[in-house]
Structures are given as structure tokens and as C-alpha cells.
Write a protein that binds this ligand. Structure first.
Ligand code: COA
Length: 447
């Protein structure tokens, strides 16, 4: 019995995931892995997940960080390589060890991907230049990305290889530079036209209680900020820059830059959490921080092609007797009255505002997909309809409900009676159903 229930519960999640699979096929994802993940218990399953993404047709590029391995190598060989803040000053003496460590990390990733059925390649695709002297510090062989050989990378991805890009670049004279893997991942994402850039951290970035969050930005269950549009990310950085720990601050800056330059979304994830990458890609309940460039969710007028989704969302509530049954034809006939809440190309909820000749309008068929309840979708839809009613000049909005009175009361609706309904609605009133009437007067100054 419990297995049956469990299986049923899994169905919406499976449908959701399948929708994402179809959507992401052929897209480019750039994934930066922080160096500590190589020693983490989740490393093998992470490699399997990346190989699975590749096998399902997503074009994956992996950019490993190698800070810890470089530190270990330099310690072993007792080579000095000072830090200037968070940035390593790479000396001539340290550079061979830096290169060795960076390539060793890539090799380990390549081996694990191969074990999981994905062919990877490590290569020299980065042209770099030295950082030079900044604020009186000569960074020696620490460099930044100058250009990338994106054509070759595209060809390799087209031939089903996963490029692994070490954090080493060369100048035209063949001199190697130690570059930031965060900057490298960002540049790759921009220049390869990636739809997603991932920063997988080896420690969960903490957003302390002292930080000031922009309006409408919330902490997710795991304590990280959940999603930020570009304006919110900018505001958050401007207000809190001095208080945000590295590398979260650096990731947010790079995420902002990537999204400004055309990457649709950048995700900062706790890579130690098993399945974090998959949850972020294939469901809407990821735990990471997402910086997004486009409108992530919105409410729009429904179209006839949305009718199957509207019916699917209503179905369980009709079965419970909470909503009246409607056929596809009935919905189609009034499709202009319906709105849908869409996120990531998926319809999450819908409702209708039916106009009546007496200057009132009915809010009807409000429904939110079962697994997405309690995320504020229903509230947003009803508020949207109230705004719409105001714009369209209605004086009053009413609705009939049997089991959702308290929810509508919280949204400012008041208990009414049959006298509040337009004549047509009174004639059609189902005495047996005994629905309660709720009304809300529309004030011109706002709803
Ligand atoms: C009612 C409904 C539209 C709310 O959508 P939603 O996206 O989950 O709503 P929100 O996230 O904006 O609000 C959630 C809050 O409403 C509360 N709520 C949900 N259904 C409720 C109900 N029937 N009665 C009272 N409160 C309810 C939740 O407990 C939650 O409260 P909390 O945040 O304090 O825990 C959704 O639950 C639904 O589709 N229900 C079935 C269909 C229905 O009843 N439609 C209305 C008849 S026209």
C-alpha cells in the first residue's frame, strides 16, 4: 500500500523531470567544481550525474578548481607561493607544480567520467595574459583569460566529448599562467552561449543573519539565497559586499557578469549535497542560489495549447469535489478569461476571471499543481486577477467556494450572499452544493 502511494507521488516529479530533459537537450552547461569535491563522499555520484547529463544530450563542459591540490603539492615540495588576499601570486618556481596539480585533477575527473560512460578530453584551449602589477603587488605567473578556442570546443562537444578545461592558460609565446577557474568557467559559459553555468562549492556558502536581503529575496531551506534577478543580485552585492564571505561573493559577481552577457541562469550550489546538481536542473525545488537574466516566472493569458495542462492541474481537485468539473471544450470556449502561472516553461497554476454584464466578475477555477502548493503561486494568480479586474473597470469580484473560504478571506475577500451575485449566477446556483459566496469590492486606487 505504502509503495503504491509512494509511486503515485513520484509521478508528478517524473513528469516534471521529463519535461526538463526535453527542454535541455542540445544546450550547453558549464560546470565549475571546487577542488574539495574531489575528496568528498559525493564525488563518484557527482561524476555519474555529469556523465548522465552528457548522455542525455546536454553539452557539458567541466572546469575544475585545483586550489587544494596546488596547496598540497606546494607543501610537499616546500615551495613558497604567497597569497595576496584570496589570489595566489604564482612564482616561476611554483608554476610547474601548479600545472601538475591542475592536470592531475583533470585526469581524475576524466577517469571517473570514462567509468560512467562519458568520453572526456583535456586540452589547451585558453589563451591567457599576466595580471601584472595591481595595487603594488606583482602577480607574476597568475593570469587572466584573454581568449578561448571556442570553435574547437564546439566541435568536440558535437563529437560527443566532454571538454575538461584546466585552470591553466598560455600566452602566444607558450608561457603558462595560473588563471582563476571561476573566471574561466564564466568566460566559457558566455562564449559558448551556455544556458546554464554552475558553481559547485565544496562548502555550503552561508548567508548570515546580519546580511540585508533585497525585497522579495528569501533564504531557501538550506540557508542560501534562493533566486535573484540581476537587479536583486546587484543590490545584494552593493549592500553586503564587505560582509559576504569568499568565494560566494566572487561567485555572485561572476554570476551577474555571466547573466548580463547572455547566460540565462547561473546556479551556485552546495556540491557536497548528494544530487544537488540534478535537483537544480530537473526540478523546481533546488537548494542553491540562482541568478537569472530572464523572467523566471510570470502570469500570462492562457492559450488553447494550455488547456491540457489546465485540466491536468484541476483533475485531482475535481476528483476531491473541491472544483467543479470542466471539459476541454468549456475551457476553450472561455480561454480568454483564463490566466496561467508559468515557470521555466511549465504551467504551475491557473484560474479564470469571468465577466458579467452587471459590472462584476467571477474568480473561478483557481488551482495550483498539487506538488507546488504553498509557494505563493495561488496568491499571485488571485492578485493578478484582482489587478486585471481593476484595469477592466469591474466594481466587484465574487467567487463561490466550498472548502477554500479561509484562504480567500486572507486575500481580502468577505463573506457575501446570493444578493451579491449577478442574476445569471443566482439562477445557476446549485442549492445542493451550498457553496459560500465571497466578494471583494474593487477600489479604483488599487486592489
Ligand atoms: C487554494 C490554492 C489555490 C492555494 O494555492 P497555493 O499556491 O498553495 O497558495 P499560497 O501558497 O498562495 O498560500 C498557501 C497558504 O494557504 C493555505 N491554504 C491552502 N489551501 C487552503 C484552504 N483550503 N483553506 C485555508 N487555507 C488554505 C495554506 O495552508 C498556506 O498557508 P501557510 O502559508 O500559512 O502554510 C491551492 O491550494 C489549490 O489549488 N487548491 C485546490 C483548488 C481550490 O481550492 N481552489 C479554490 C476554489 S475556486
Amino acid at each position: 500500500m505504502s509503495i503504491e502511494l509512494h509511486e503515485k507521488e513520484a509521478v508528478p516529479a517524473l513528469r516534471e523531470a521529463l519535461g526538463y530533459v526535453a527542454r535541455h537537450r542540445g544546450e550547453v552547461f558549464v560546470i565549475k567544481l571546487e577542488s574539495g569535491l574531489l575528496e568528498a563522499p559525493v564525488f563518484q555520484s557527482l561524476m555519474r550525474d555529469i556523465a548522465s547529463l552528457h548522455r542525455m544530450g546536454i553539452r557539458v563542459v567541466v572546469v575544475p578548481g585545483s586550489r587544494r591540490q596546488i596547496d598540497a603539492m606546494l607543501r610537499t615540495w616546500e615551495v613558497e607561493s604567497p597569497m595576496a588576499g584570496e589570489v595566489r601570486v604564482t612564482t616561476e618556481e611554483a608554476m610547474p607544480f601548479v600545472t601538475l596539480a591542475a592536470f592531475d585533477v583533470c585526469n581524475r575527473i576524466m577517469t571517473h567520467l570514462a567509468e560512467s560512460g562519458a568520453n572526456a578530453l583535456i586540452g589547451n584551449w585558453v589563451k591567457a595574459r599576466g595580471l601584472g602589477v595591481l595595487d603594488g603587488v606583482d602577480y607574476l605567473l597568475t593570469g587572466s583569460v584573454q581568449s578561448l578556442r571556442t570553435e574547437i570546443l564546439r566541435q568536440l562537444m558535437g563529437q560527443e566529448f566532454v571538454p575538461i578545461v584546466p585552470n591553466i592558460g598560455w600566452n602566444s609565446a607558450g608561457r603558462p599562467y595560473n588563471v582563476s577557474s571561476t573566471q574561466l568557467a564564466m568566460e566559457l559559459a558566455v562564449q559558448l552561449g551556455a544556458s546554464k553555468l554552475f558553481f559547485l562549492c565544496d562548502e555550503k556558502p552561508q548567508v548570515g543573519p546580519d546580511l540585508v536581503l533585497p525585497e522579495d529575496v528569501e533564504r531557501g531551506d538550506g540557508g542560501m539565497l534562493s533566486s535573484l534577478n540581476l537587479g536583486q543580485a546587484e543590490e545584494f552585492l552593493a549592500t553586503n559586499a564587505s560582509k559576504i564571505g569568499q568565494p560566494y561573493c566572487d561567485y555572485l559577481r561572476r554570476a551577474l557578469e555571466a547573466c548580463r552577457k547572455g547566460v540565462r541562469r547561473t546556479h551556485i550550489l552546495d556540491g557536497q549535497e548528494d544530487g544537488a546538481l540534478l535537483r537544480e536542473i530537473f526540478s523546481q525545488d533546488g537548494q542553491g542560489t540562482m541568478v537569472f537574466a530572464n523572467e523566471y516566472d510570470h502570469i500570462r493569458r492562457a492559450e488553447v495549447r494550455d488547456v491540457p495542462d489546465i485540466l491536468r492541474i484541476q483533475e485531482p481537485y475535481v476528483a476531491q469535489g473541491v472544483l467543479l468539473p470542466r471539459t476541454a471544450e468549456q475551457i476553450e470556449a472561455k480561454i480568454g478569461d483564463y490566466v496561467v502561472h508559468e515557470a521555466d516553461g511549465f504551467i504551475q497554476g491557473s484560474a479564470a476571471l469571468h465577466p458579467f454584464p452587471d459590472g462584476s466578475a467571477e474568480v473561478a477555477a483557481v488551482a495550483v499543481a498539487e506538488h507546488l502548493r504553498r509557494f505563493g503561486v495561488g496568491r499571485k494568480i488571485v492578485q493578478f486577477l484582482l489587478q486585471k479586474a481593476m484595469r477592466m473597470g469591474y466594481d466587484k469580484v465574487f467567487l463561490l467556494t466550498t472548502q477554500t473560504s479561509d484562504w480567500f478571506a486572507d486575500l481580502g475577500f468577505e463573506r457575501g450572499d446570493l444578493a451579491d451575485l449577478p442574476q445569471d449566477k443566482v439562477s445557476a446556483y446549485d442549492i445542493k452544493r451550498r457553496s459560500l459566496v465571497f466578494v471583494r469590492t474593487i477600489r479604483r486606487s488599487g486592489v
